[in-house]
Design a protein around this ligand. Structure first.
Ligand SMILES: NC(=O)c1ccc[n+]([C@@H]2O[C@H](COP(=O)([O-])OP(=O)(O)OC[C@H]3O[C@@H](n4cnc5c(N)ncnc54)[C@H](O)[C@@H]3O)[C@@H](O)[C@H]2O)c1
Length: 317
């Protein structure tokens, strides 16, 4: 069908929808168009229910799948935003938290998630990692999804200039924020199911200078590079891994970055969407990257930052 004719048909279908929304009656018949992503419910072929309600045509159903989420402090944590979506999609969940002081909050958060499992794991402690994965081997036998939402750098390393970073602070930041992904992948490898997937959380400072981010920017570079190497290593068994590069969001970790609120406001004003992406946006992307919907994507860094990273210059209003 020529383009102009297609456009005409599209317009006529749109008018039919509008008319139907008023008359509550509709029959769409066209072999040229599909409404992609939505399935008109039965009312669109003549029942008397509201014709403007649509059901998703493709549902993400993860019932029977098992997901481990590492790095949840509270309801604002990016790890929690992905966990909530996985839960809504039907997956069983296990969580790791860093120390006893975080246990109570996580217990409260997961109170309504039946049979969720909680583990205390400091990722710098091999024995704690080993004991969690040993328990998951017994309890679950396999893992389908793994979320790594962990980062840390000593405050002193972000307060000053990058050139002043101490050896100890550099090693700590890189160990907790980047090496932990490699260690976790290694422990999880024998447990991964056939189409298992991992995601980790990164930030734009991995590739461009963001003042004050300092050694954490370097750690994120190592993290994104590790994602590519792990994608290659794990890809042979069908396991995927991707990084989500999120824009600034108000979390405990973010608030420990000097000048975070300034950065937060600036990012919103520069971004094409003129707002900051939020936890819900991260949750949706996490769900997509873990689910079979993204089956051909691995080794990638995917942005959820209201488009901030595409900007080359800001001229103001
Ligand atoms: N908030 C943002 O603006 C933003 C933007 C981009 C990327 N990220 C990344 O998202 C991830 C999650 O951070 P968040 O912002 O949700 O903050 P958060 O404070 O909620 O989560 C960070 C988690 O890391 C855990 N952690 C730190 N050291 C650990 C250790 N040694 N062992 C085990 N766990 C440890 C903390 O306990 C905490 O649960 C981090 O990788 C962060 O860099 C955050």
């Amino acid at each position: 069908m020529p383009k102009s004719q297609s456009l005409g048909t599209a317009v006529s279908i749109a008018s039919s929808l509008l008319a139907a929304s008023m008359s509550r009656k509709l029959r769409i018949e066209s072999k040229d168009f599909a409404i992609i992503g939505f399935r008109p419910v039965s009312r669109l072929v003549g029942s008397d229910r509201n014709p403007l309600e649509f059901h998703p045509m493709i549902e993400i159903n993860l019932s029977g799948k098992r997901a481990l989420i590492m790095g949840v402090t509270n309801a604002r944590s990016l790890g929690w935003s992905i966990a909530s979506k996985l839960h809504e999609a039907g997956a069983d969940l296990a969580f790791s938290y860093q120390g006893e002081r975080l246990q109570g909050e996580l217990e409260k958060l997961t109170a309504d998630i039946p049979s969720s499992r909680l583990y205390q794991v400091d990722v710098t402690q091999e024995n704690e990692l080993a004991s969690m994965f040993a328990d998951l081997t017994t309890a679950w036998g396999q893992i389908d999804y793994l979320v790594h939402a962990i980062a840390f750098a000593p405050r002193a390393a972000m307060d000053g200039r990058y050139v002043e970073t101490t050896r100890d602070d550099w090693v700590t930041a890189l160990e907790v924020s980047a090496y932990s992904l490699v260690a976790i992948a290694r422990h999880a490898e024998p447990l991964f199911s056939e189409d298992a997937a991992m995601v980790t959380l990164s930030y734009y400072a991995a590739e461009k200078v963001v003042p004050k981010y300092n050694v954490m920017g370097v750690a994120k570079s190592a993290l994104e590079s590790s994602v590519r190497y792990l994608a290659y290593d794990l890809g042979g068994q069908g396991v995927r891994i991707n990084a989500i590069s999120a824009g600034p969001m108000k979390t405990i970790a973010a608030r420990s970055i000097p000048g975070f609120m300034k950065m937060y406001k600036k990012a919103a004003s520069i971004s094409p969407l003129r707002r900051n992406a939020d936890q819900n946006d991260v949750g949706n992307l996490g769900l997509f990257l873990l689910s079979p919907m993204s089956g051909g994507i691995t080794g990638e860094t995917v942005y959820v930052d209201s488009g901030f990273h595409v900007m080359g210059m800001e001229l103001g209003d």
